[in-house]
Design a protein around this ligand. Structure first.
Ligand SMILES: Cc1cc2nc3c(=O)[nH]c(=O)nc-3n(C[C@H](O)[C@H](O)[C@H](O)COP(=O)(O)OP(=O)(O)OC[C@H]3O[C@@H](n4cnc5c(N)ncnc54)[C@H](O)[C@@H]3O)c2cc1C
Length: 482
């Protein structure tokens, strides 16, 4: 884009708006999008900056990874969602620096001024100092990760179909999922169902009984943040579905197609698996560390900014950090709010109201109080566990609650209708329609399941990766295996 055009685009089209306070929102996820919605058509000028042009509904990423739904079903273009409001400007770009003294953010080689800054850049995955594991065991944080997990698993099954060697087949039909939080349990449950179903119906040479999904967790139970009763119900369901649980077990090393483990009771063991996935670690977006450096704002161990009761950072009332990027400890028990969609949405809405109040466009706001609506995890078709403020629901009732809650939370009406239709179709037919292996055809030559590529091209040391939209796995840039 020519620089002239770029600056033209940044000028508000209406003369009257030029005097309005300028609110810059970085990140159009749960928190940023909610703030943007709340500020749309209010007497402020809003610029929403995101490095992706869409809002991603991360809780359903596992459905993309396991071929239940397609990418576009869980993502919606930001311009269509908020770009039509006359006072909202959506800009595509990655904010790479912040200058709190000058009140400017830096992106696309430009400095861009603000009166109020809302930082909502989310979180990314972390490998606890072992970034070399990232290409071997992709995380599940962005769409490309989900695509990559699906591609690896389907490629492994395709190769297994053509492999006479039973040992190799067994290897190709084995999946290891590291981390048994909600995302890990959902992924493991969905992948075992996909493998059993696909192999029974679509593959002629494979035996469903040889499929293996192993779920590895360092804590002594699955779903460590949920009530033990719900965790036990989820574990029981997963085991009945065919998932092997390795609890109290730490990952020691990951190599191509191999995971070395050490269990408190089971001792050291090696697992060989063609598909390895990582859902174990979360770290705040790197903008958190950057802002901490620039402003002196303290961060917690996960890199989250320790914010004031109004989500501002110390000494800068005009900068607010919300969602997964902040550690909000001003709660009755002093424990930080969890990194989940519910808190992120409520923070975004409150901060927008608070900014409007500061600008004189709205009434005074009551102090922020988080309303806990509970937590849930879907473990298999028709089966979910839900904790609704102490009311524990499992099984079909849990699944119905889960489905209703997710449909209500999805910010886009078209996606809501599509998802509902697809889920009903799957329930009726048990068919998955999004089982495409995408990418360049030559990407799939040989055994492109993370093995040959890794052997031919040892993993490059990836960067920290701990941001809301980390590098698109090394496969996207790695030379192709021939
Ligand atoms: C697989 C998975 C499953 C989950 N399941 C659930 C669930 O079932 N229930 C639940 O409540 N929560 C769930 N979560 C957590 C929930 O998705 C997050 O807590 C929530 O997304 C946080 O919202 P946010 O607005 O802070 O960040 P995000 O929604 O992550 O949005 C951050 C945005 O910032 C953008 N961004 C990042 N860095 C920059 C930059 N430098 N410049 C410009 N833009 C940038 C990103 O592109 C992104 O659009 C899940 C998360 C994952 C990964």
């Amino acid at each position: 884009m020519a620089p002239e055009r770029f600056f033209l685009e940044l000028d508000p089209p209406a003369e009257a708006m030029r005097e309005w306070p300028h609110v810059v929102i970085v990140g159009g996820g749960f928190a940023g999008l909610k703030a943007c919605h709340a500020l749309a058509r209010q007497p402020v000028r809003v610029t929403l900056i995101d490095k992706r042009n869409f809002n991603l509904f991360q809780p359903l990423l596992y459905q993309v990874a396991s071929g239940l739904v397609s990418e576009a079903d869980v993502a919606s273009p930001l311009r269509q969602m908020v770009g039509q409001a006359p006072n909202v400007q959506v800009l595509l770009g990655e904010v790479v620096d912040i200058d709190p003294a000058a009140k400017e953010v830096i992106f696309n080689d430009h400095r861009y001024g603000y009166d109020h800054l809302i930082l909502a850049s989310g979180s990314g995955s972390t490998y606890f100092g072992h970034e070399e594991w990232r290409p071997l065991a992709p995380p599940m944080k962005i769409l490309e990760h989900a695509d990559e997990i699906r591609r690896r698993l389907l490629m492994a099954l395709e190769e297994a179909e053509q492999t006479p060697d039973p040992e190799r087949r067994h290897f190709l039909q084995t999946v290891v999922v590291v981390g048994a939080g909600p995302a890990g349990c959902e992924l493991a449950g969905s992948l075992i169902e996909l493998m059993h179903r696909s192999i029974r119906c679509d593959f002629k040479q494979l035996d469903p009984a040889c499929c293996r999904v192993v779920l590895v967790e360092a804590a002594e139970r699955v779903l460590p943040t949920m009530h033990p009763k719900l965790a036990a119900a989820a574990a029981g369901y997963l085991e009945r579905a065919g998932v092997t649980l390795l609890l109290d077990t730490m990952v020691q090393a990951i190599a191509a197609g191999r995971v070395s483990l050490n269990g408190t009771t089971g001792g050291p063991q090696e697992l060989e698996a063609a598909t390895i996935c990582w859902t174990a670690g979360v770290r705040a977006s790197r903008l958190g560390a950057l802002l901490a450096e620039r402003s002196g704002c303290p961060v917690d161990r996960g890199g989250r900014l320790l914010v004031e009761p109004d989500f501002s950072i110390p000494g800068h009332p005009e900068i607010r950090a919300v969602g997964d990027l902040c550690a909000y400890r001003h709660t009755p028990d002093g424990r930080p709010l969890p990194g989940m969609a519910g808190p992120a949405v409520q923070m975004g809405a409150w901060v927008a109201a608070s900014i409007l109040a500061t600008c004189g466009g709205g009434g005074p706001v009551a102090p922020f109080r988080f309303t806990d609506l509970g937590s849930m995890a879907v473990i298999g078709p028709w089966y979910a566990v839900a904790d609704l403020r102490g009311l524990h629901v499992t099984g079909l009732a849990g699944w119905v609650l889960w489905a209703l809650a997710h449909l209500a939370f999805i910010p886009d009406t078209e996606n809501r209708i599509t998802l509902f239709t697809k889920w009903m179709w799957q329930i009726a037919t048990r068919q998955r329609t999004a089982l495409l292996i995408t990418g360049r055809p030559d990407q799939h030559l040989g055994v492109d399941v993370g093995l040959y590529r890794a052997r031919l091209h040892p993993p490059e040391s990836a960067d920290a990766g701990a941001d809301g939209g980390e590098p698109l796995t090394s496969q996207d840039s790695a030379p192709l295996a021939a």
